[in-house]
Design a protein around this ligand. Structure first.
Ligand code: SF4
Length: 280
């Protein structure tokens, strides 16, 4: 019998790579342990992502900055803020980011995909993921695809972040196969600073990222099999305590997390730099 493919998204692989125990709480334990309260930075990220999605749903001649307040109000997620004043401040900030950002977009240009799901199978993985945007841009041998990922979190994204992002590489690998067009360039669009961090992959660098994702998938399947065969689930999915525990949804459930100082749900808004989680 061929081995079952590991069905995954970038967040599923990322959860295990960050902390096997967090992976277990999210994807294995049923019922799943309760999560902590919603995070304001996630609300802000989701609001901005959805406003940009709806921007592209407008006819090209209605994509004007005046449309942004309505779009943002329509997608605004209220959860996690300290109070109304902080939420209003975040809304004003988000609107200003969007106004500056749409100013940089080519008028009337329609991406190949917006919030587009791309899926691909390898020998080990059945991967699917939702890319924020897939652009078509002229290349030396015809149009090439570009993966665009919006970021609203911590400052300081650079080419290394774009190069190292397994999610972006997997989107590129999948998009190239779904659309049958080259897709090597990946870009992180950081709205708060208006900067773009980019990386040009090669077929080899994409293959390396896929191989790494497959290694992670094999580790996950081995851990799941071990538990099914009677191994201690705590040993099969160990904790990896570190600074990210403060931001972990399962801090209250996890024995290692209980020792980490918790963050207020709005803490990442007040701390724009440093190892705060990415919002989006
Ligand atoms: S609190 Fe830390 S160690 Fe525990 S699951 Fe979350 S990230 Fe892992």
């Amino acid at each position: 019998m061929p081995e079952r493919l590991f069905v995954c998204t970038p967040s599923k692989l990322g959860a295990y790579a960050d902390c096997p125990r967090r992976y277990r709480y999210s994807y294995v334990d049923r019922p799943a342990p309760p999560k902590g309260p919603p995070w304001a930075h996630n609300s802000l990220g989701a609001s901005v992502h959805n406003a940009l999605k709806n921007w592209y749903a407008l006819p090209a001649d209605r994509r004007r900055p005046e449309a942004l307040p309505t779009l943002l109000k329509g997608t605004w997620v209220r959860e996690g803020y300290r109070d109304d004043e902080q939420e209003r401040d975040a809304y004003r900030r988000a609107l200003a980011w969007l106004e500056s950002y749409v100013d940089t977009l080519e008028p009337g240009a329609d991406p190949v995909g917006v919030e587009r799901v791309v899926a691909v199978k390898t020998a080990v993985l059945a991967f699917n993921g939702r890319a924020d945007r897939i652009d078509a841009r002229p290349g030396p041998a015809g149009p090439e695809l570009v993966i665009v990922d919006y970021k609203t979190g911590r400052a300081g994204l650079d080419a290394d972040d774009a190069r190292g992002s397994q999610a972006l590489a997997l989107y590129a690998y999948a998009a190239e196969r779904v659309f049958r067009r080259p897709c090597r360039r990946v870009e992180l669009h950081h709205l708060p600073t208006g900067t773009v961090a980019a990386h040009e992959h090669t077929p080899e660098s994409l293959a390396r990222q896929v191989a790494r994702a497959e290694d992670t998938a094999r580790d996950i399947m081995a851990a799941e099999r071990a538990v099914a065969d009677g191994a201690d689930a705590d040993e099969a999915f160990p904790t990896t305590p570190g600074p990210r525990c403060g931001w972990c949804d399962y801090r209250r459930t996890c024995p290692a997390g209980a020792e980490a100082p918790g963050k207020e749900p709005w803490a990442a808004l007040e701390r724009p730099t440093g190892p705060a989680p990415d919002a989006g």
